[in-house]
Write a protein that binds this ligand. Structure first.
Ligand SMILES: CC(C)(COP(=O)(O)OP(=O)(O)OC[C@H]1O[C@@H](n2cnc3c(N)ncnc32)[C@H](O)[C@@H]1OP(=O)(O)O)[C@@H](O)C(=O)NCCC(=O)NCCS
Length: 437
């Protein structure tokens, strides 16, 4: 990576670092990611995130390891409604593998930075009896035996540990008040811990790149409403339904954002937390202001939004007939049937990998509240869906805004040939910016 690239990535990350400092993040780790190589890569990132001042709670799964022990000892693996039935032998295996995983996690987290300018402070990890469990009981006549769920979370104990800058490790096994241990599911446990702590974020690290739609394509953003709708469809993978329902439950209990992403892809967690684009699926409560595709009936509203800026030379003039012909390129920021912003995504027949962000406007009634940033994120996601790898923007007066949002200055010959021609025909002398996607 050249120095400019590095500096740009670092600048992009800085506001996210500042925002997350002192915030609590609960990370649920799928059991199939806990092999040595992936565990060490994830631990490096957990270490880094904790060093940046984020309060981290890690909740690990143990299903894969229990299955391996059952197979080794030829013990039958039984499920009911996709939940494991935990008999005494499985409970014994669960305790065994949770102990092993805890030690492996602690060992992986102990790997310090080899190239630190000073000896870094020793990173602490703590585990404890943070959870109280209760049995799942009998489901449709099936006794789930020692399969349980979280009854209570000792938030005070977790907060005290986090206050000492330790990373808290929670295992999906816990006792009831009468001293009986129960085997818990990782997603339910991580969600219960995040809700009890009112964490800033709940993150699930999985084998998949995020939530996949029925066509097995990654969905980058979901509102709770969309997630609920998706649950009514046949999702390709059952464990994704479990993650999605836990995400909805967490969001309905005031967690502001849930992320589901690959724990296998090295660095994906860092990218999700510290860049605008993220990597996996991000799920949030239904937003106050929505972004939606524009229709012909919106043209009058678009014109009243953009005309004043066109008159001041900030935007290129777009006639009513131009808007009629290109309305499908536009997305609108809307609340209560009022249009507060717009953006267009233009594509080029002669450059399939490129797209242009154009006509980005936020009404001055709601400026500086992050809506420009949201329109940009929307356009980036739309461009990525169309497999574009470059996003251009041309501007006369908004250069700094684009640079601050990760764009780099570009040259005329970086534009698709057809766009270069258009540029020559205009006297605007706009500056050109490019964002690699
Ligand atoms: C550029 C624009 C879309 C940003 O919308 P927004 O919702 O206010 O953007 P955000 O809230 O995400 O960002 C606000 C930040 O950008 C800064 N900003 C706004 N316009 C800027 C400009 N022209 N140059 C540099 N920075 C600018 C604001 O000062 C604010 O900075 P702060 O966070 O340090 O206070 C909006 O200012 C606008 O509609 N401008 C007129 C149209 C335009 O220039 N479009 C781009 C050409 S296609």
């Amino acid at each position: 990576m050249d120095h400019l690239h590095f500096a740009q990535s670092f600048r992009e990350a800085a506001p996210y670092i500042q925002y997350l400092r002192g915030k609590t993040i609960v990370i649920g780790i799928a059991s199939n990611l806990l092999d040595n190589a992936t565990l060490n890569e994830m631990a490096t990132d957990f270490n880094l995130i904790a060093a940046l001042g984020v309060r981290l709670v890690l909740v690990h799964g143990c299903s894969t390891q229990i299955n391996a022990l059952c197979q080794e000892h030829k013990h039958q693996i039984s499920f009911h409604q996709h939940r494991r039935i935990t008999d005494l032998t499985v409970l014994h295996y669960a305790k065994q593998v949770c102990g092993q995983i805890q030690f492996d996690l602690q060992a992986a987290l102990s790997l310090g930075y080899t190239h630190a300018p000073q000896k870094p402070p020793r990173l602490r990890t703590v585990t404890g009896n943070y959870l109280t469990a209760k049995p799942l009981g009998v489901l449709d006549g099936m006794d789930m035996q020692y399969t349980g769920m979280v009854r209570k979370v000792d938030t005070q104990a977790i907060v005290q540990s986090l206050d000492t800058q330790a990373i808290v490790i929670v295992s999906p096994i816990s006792a009831s008040p009468i001293g009986q241990s129960y085997n818990l599911a990782m997603p339910d446990t991580a969600r219960a811990v995040a809700v009890a702590l009112q964490a800033e974020k709940l993150i699930f690290l999985t084998e998949d790149s995020g939530i996949l739609n029925p066509q097995k394509q990654l969905i980058s953003n979901l509102t709770v409403q969309e997630a609920e709708q998706l649950l009514t469809q046949d999702l390709p993978l059952f464990h994704q339904q479990v993650l999605l329902s836990n995400a909805i439950e967490a969001l309905n209990h005031h967690i502001s954002r849930v992320h589901i992403l690959s724990g296998r892809e090295n660095g994906s967690l860092i990218k999700e937390l510290f860049t605008r684009q993220g990597t996996g699926t991000s799920i949030a409560q239904n937003s106050f202001i929505q972004i939606r595709p524009a229709h012909e009936r919106d043209i009058a509203d678009i014109i009243s939004l953009i005309r004043p800026l066109e008159n001041r030379g900030i935007l290129v003039r777009r006639s009513k007939s131009y808007l009629e012909d290109h309305i499908r390129e536009f997305s609108l920021l809307e609340h209560d049937n009022q249009i507060y912003g717009c953006v267009a995504l233009k594509t080029f027949a002669d450059a399939k990998d490129s797209a242009e962000l154009a006509c980005l406007v936020v009404s001055d009634r709601i400026r500086d509240a992050g809506y420009g940033d949201r329109l940009l994120t929307h356009v980036i996601n739309e461009a990525k869906k169309q497999n574009k790898t470059k996003l251009f923007a041309l501007s006369t007066q908004t250069a700094d805004w684009f640079l601050e949002h990760g764009f780099q200055a570009a040259q005329l010959n970086d534009l698709p040939a057809s766009r270069q021609q258009e540029y020559h025909q205009s006297a605007r002398q706009s500056k050109i910016f490019i964002l690699p996607l």
